[in-house]
Design a protein around this ligand. Structure first.
Ligand SMILES: C[C@](O)(CO)[C@H](O)COP(=O)(O)OP(=O)(O)OC[C@H]1O[C@@H](n2ccc(N)nc2=O)[C@H](O)[C@@H]1O
Ligand SMILES: Nc1ncnc2c1ncn2[C@@H]1O[C@H](COP(=O)(O)OP(=O)(O)OP(=O)(O)O)[C@@H](O)[C@H]1O
Length: 282
């Protein structure tokens, strides 16, 4: 019951806005966010094998464990377990997104593994069933299953489509200063002040009226984020500049690809140690 060798992409996740509303009794925080996705990300491919295995390569693959702790392996095991799959899959992850950087690389990879193996193993589960498995793997994973612009409530797993997608196709530039930043400490450093709800409505308009409530605590833990934000804000044509998730990656949206590409070139020349990737929102 296995199909042909196949591939998927773990699309880079961007939080266009991220409001932190309250700390919960279980230590997690209720958030309101607008998820969007770039049209580039990690590559994941599969070919026939007796067991489920994972090989990692790519610019950010070094040091990332390929064992059962990897979110790709966890996703494969969870899907196989839920559907009684007994055949294997040799998975290869091309790690192109920086790790622990606020763009959900691990979550995107897990969702890509669910989509890929759902096809490869010919399970044919629908998105609702995949999202139920995704929710057991991480807060961001359900949003990454569909990987299109959505609003997320709860810890981000309560998803809904927003009316009037005014961000699809917008040019985007992602910039990371090169320092990994774990999510837990950034939430722990949040000042506990509820600054109010994220508006509904078209995603760009809602995001422009919104905030990333983790930005201040992330900058305090990783001051280079402040520099990235200033540099992005100075780029001609930048219409929304903000940190994504818990950082340290920041993004800028532009009206034209040319503006995003010019900003990428300028930043690459001025800050050769930074990671910068340009594309469009999907
Ligand atoms: C910040 C976001 O990236 C926004 O999309 C996500 O909410 C984070 O999701 P994630 O990376 O899947 O986070 P997890 O790996 O589940 O959580 C890491 C740690 O961050 C803290 N955490 C995470 C999510 C949340 N809503 N509240 C929290 O307080 C918890 O201490 C948790 O132990
Ligand atoms: N396939 C994977 N890719 C990246 N990280 C992984 C993967 N599998 C497990 N991890 C672990 O997950 C941790 C978080 O990585 P990830 O890149 O998802 O964080 P992030 O970009 O901050 O995500 P988020 O935006 O959801 O907070 C890493 O420290 C890493 O050890």
């Amino acid at each position: 019951m296995t199909g042909e060798a196949a591939a998927e992409t773990g699309w880079a996740k961007i939080n266009l806005a991220l409001h932190v509303r309250r700390r919960r009794a279980d230590g997690y925080h209720d958030i309101e966010t607008i998820f969007a996705f770039a049209d580039f990300g990690d590559g994941l491919s599969v070919r026939a094998a007796d067991d489920v295995t994972l090989t990692i390569r790519g610019p950010f693959g070094e040091g990332l464990p390929a064992d059962e702790s990897n979110l790709v392996m966890r996703a494969a095991r969870a899907l196989a377990g839920a559907h009684g799959v007994r055949v294997g899959a040799a998975l290869t992850l091309d790690k192109r997104l920086p790790v622990a950087s606020g763009i959900g690389g691990g979550s995107a990879d897990a969702a890509a593994a669910l989509r890929l193996l759902n096809r490869y193993w010919e399970i044919d589960a629908d998105d609702v069933a995949l999202c139920a498995i995704a929710a057991t793997l991480g807060a961001d994973v359900p949003a990454c299953v569909d990987s299109h612009t959505q609003r997320g409530d709860g810890v981000g797993e309560e998803l809904r489509t927003l009316e009037g997608d005014d961000v699809r196709g917008k040019a985007v530039l992602l910039v990371n200063p090169g320092a990994p930043l774990a999510t837990g400490p950034v939430f722990a450093a949040w000042d506990g002040i509820d600054r109010g709800a994220l508006a509904f409505g078209p995603p760009l308009a809602a995001a422009l009226a919104g905030r990333n409530d983790l930005q201040t605590s992330a900058v305090s833990l990783c001051p280079a984020i402040g520099t990235v934000l200033n540099v992005l804000a100075a780029q001609p044509g930048a219409l929304l500049v903000r940190m994504s998730g818990s950082g340290a990656t920041c993004f800028a949206l532009f009206d034209t690809d040319a503006d995003a590409e010019a900003a990428q070139s300028a930043i690459a020349a001025a800050h050769p140690g930074w990671w910068a990737a340009a594309g469009r929102l999907r």
